[in-house]
Ligand binder design. Structure first.
Ligand code: M6R
Length: 603
């Protein structure tokens, strides 16, 4: 995810910006850049890859003297991670950096191109700087030109702009992407989160959506709200703890990532549903004439694959197989050349999945990677790629990566359904309507977490957990059990509800915790009967359902939904929070559980 830092003052600007960007490194990025006005010249530098590359490109450059500077780390969304696409973007005499997505950039670009403007990058951001220079030709001041520019933008943006037309000024604007401003004497600091400001300012102003304005080297700061009225929000004291700031105020990265799921789901769906159509950002020739899908992954990504197998068969009516990558590698798999081979990996570096992909490619299968990390080994090898756009995930226990994998796989199932003509128009539109609603489903109130924290004290003893569910709620049960195992070190299994009576029910007694997923949209009566069988053997039952279950020892109420995927995503959050809070109560390291690594590059 991109990061923004800006500075106005007399200190060595290059260092202030590099240090600030360093604090945002944890968010992940694939290129970086900065623009600096040092009182004499406006210079810019860009580099692909790590900040060290940018720093070494600038090693001979110093920027003493009062001036302004803006810097950016970019996580590619529109266009590849190249130097041209890295920020800042240049007009003729101005530079801009931006986080977010300008949704109407195509129409703005067309308009500007008709006026003779030449674009060099593939990004949406570049329109901002050209629009500014276009308006600046006729505006009474650069600020008026900036105000006009911002009024034309639709979508999400946190943006800073510097220009030779007003060399001592930083223009800023914010909508649906974070931007804060700190002041210390006559120095100003800008950033997309508070981590770069810690230690430099005691407090900062958190801009509201629609705010814009400017600050300058004479200590002036003017902020306006979306009605163009002065914005007078009082500064908020900044934490002194950088680690806390990186976690956005949450105790753990995993907790922050659970809360981020709504936002990353929006990002994941952006541009991929248009009206009732699903538009995948790939060359669709890989999908054509396929008569089978083989999904291959490990761990949580394997659970996303299992979930997708239900969606692909039900919606696209295509034969689907799911393979655990480490097993697939050595089983001499029978491979059908007309199958689409889909690998799923948040890191893109998992050795088993990468090797499985090589086997499928060597056998002549078309391949598709669903991955969170652009340029990773798996991404580079696959014929086509759908990025999940979850942003960097720090918690070893995967949460938002899983949510976005399932979303992308659902989109894939719908695209194949369209190509194979397996859904009626009304069935298709109820799917796209449900998909659009997922960011809202993932937006939960902290009261849910408090409730889960309270009931978790019941679960610290006993001899194990069974997570049970049917249909797509079976892979979700597997995922709930894996989350709990990973960070609590308690024994947990996921099982299909109907399978308990074939053996595992022998374990049922009052020390066995059963987490029963009882969605109202999917085999409710059947799932209830299975939970009753366990209750009759005195198992401790936690029901997760929109319907109260009279035999439950604990009950976590979910909302009523009309689509089973909405219930799936709401229950997913409950299971993630359950694992988190049990782990917290046990005093474990939530983000770095013992024996586990974020990227498993060994066999
Ligand atoms: O990076 P990948 O998605 O390929 O990783 C696969 C598994 O190692 C991973 O999902 C693991 O199970 C996580 N720790 C789950 O939380």
């Amino acid at each position: 995810m991109c990061g923004i830092v800006g500075y106005i003052g007399k200190n060595e600007k290059k260092e202030v910006i590099l240090n600030g960007l360093k604090e945002l490194e944890y968010r992940g990025y694939d290129s970086a850049g900065m623009a600096i006005y040092d009182g004499v010249e406006l210079r810019h530098f860009k580099a692909v890859g790590k900040l060290e590359n940018l720093s070494s490109k600038m090693s001979d450059f110093t920027s003493a003297g009062a001036g302004v500077a803006i810097g950016h780390t970019r996580w590619a969304t529109h266009g590849k991670p190249t130097e041209i696409n890295a920020h800042p973007h240049l007009g003729e005499y101005s530079f801009v950096i931006h986080n977010g997505i300008i949704e109407n950039y195509k129409e703005l670009k067309t308009e500007l191109e008709k006026a003779g403007v030449r674009f060099v990058s593939q990004t949406d951001t570049e329109v901002i700087v050209h629009l500014f220079e276009f308006y600046n030709k006729s505006a009474s001041s650069p600020f008026e030109a900036y105000e006009k520019t911002i009024s034309r933008l639709q979508g999400a943006y946190a943006t800073l702009l510097i220009t030779k037309a007003a060399p001592n000024v930083v223009f800023f604007a914010k909508n649906a992407a974070p931007m804060i401003i700190g002041q210390s004497g006559d120095e100003f600091y800008f950033a997309s989160s508070d981590a770069p400001l810690i230690g430099l300012c005691d407090s900062a102003i958190y801009l509201d959506d629609g705010c814009y304005g400017f600050a300058d080297t004479s200590g002036n700061l003017k902020i306006f709200d979306s009605d163009k009225k002065p914005f007078n929000k009082a500064p908020t004291a900044l934490s002194k703890d950088k680690g806390y700031a990186q976690k956005g105020g949450y105790r753990f990265f995993m907790e922050k990532e659970i809360y981020e799921q709504s936002a990353v789901a929006s990002e994941c769906l952006m541009g991929r549903i248009s009206g009732d159509e699903v538009c995948l950002d790939i060359d669709e020739s890989v999908l054509e004439s396929r008569d089978e899908v083989v999904l291959c992954a490990c761990g949580t990504s394997y659970h996303a694959a299992l979930t997708a197998s239900y969606l692909l068969e039900r919606l696209a009516k295509i034969r689907t197989k799911v393979e655990i990558a480490s097993e697939f590698r050595y089983k001499s798999p029978f491979l059908n050349k007309n199958a689409l081979f889909v690998v799923i990996s948040q890191s893109g570096e998992t050795a088993d999945t990468l090797e499985a992909l090589k086997i499928a490619k060597n056998a002549g299968l078309k391949s598709l990677a669903i991955c969170n990390v652009d340029n990773s080994s798996i991404v580079r090898l696959a014929d086509a790629v759908l990025l999940t756009r979850a942003g960097i995930e720090k918690g070893v226990a995967s949460t938002k990566a899983f949510a976005t994998q399932v979303l992308v796989l659902w989109l894939l199932a719908l695209r194949l359904a369209k190509m194979r003509n397996t859904l009626s128009p009304s069935e298709f539109s109820s799917e796209t309507e449900a998909l659009r609603g997922i960011p809202a489903v993932l937006n939960f109130a902290p009261a849910l977490q408090e409730r889960i924290y309270r009931i978790c004290k019941h679960y610290l003893h006993g001899h194990g957990f069974f997570f049970i569910g049917r249909d797509i709620f079976y892979p979700l049960a597997l995922e709930g059990a894996l989350k709990l195992k990973e960070i609590s070190y308690l024994h947990a299994e996921g099982y299909p509800s109907g399978e308990m009576k074939h053996g595992p029910i022998a374990l049922a007694d009052s020390g066995l915790y059963t987490i029963a997923l009882l969605p109202s949209t999917c085999l409710y009566d059947k799932a209830i009967s299975n939970a009753q069988e366990l209750a009759a053997r005195d198992a401790f039952i936690t029901a997760i359902s929109p319907e109260p279950f009279e035999l439950a020892d604990d009950y976590i109420a979910t909302s009523k939904h009309s689509h089973m995927m909405s219930e799936f995503f709401e229950m997913m959050v409950v299971l993630q929070l359950l694992a988190l809070e049990i782990s917290v109560r046990l005093g474990n390291d939530v983000d770095m559980p013992r024996n586990l690594a974020k990227s498993v590059t060994v066999e």
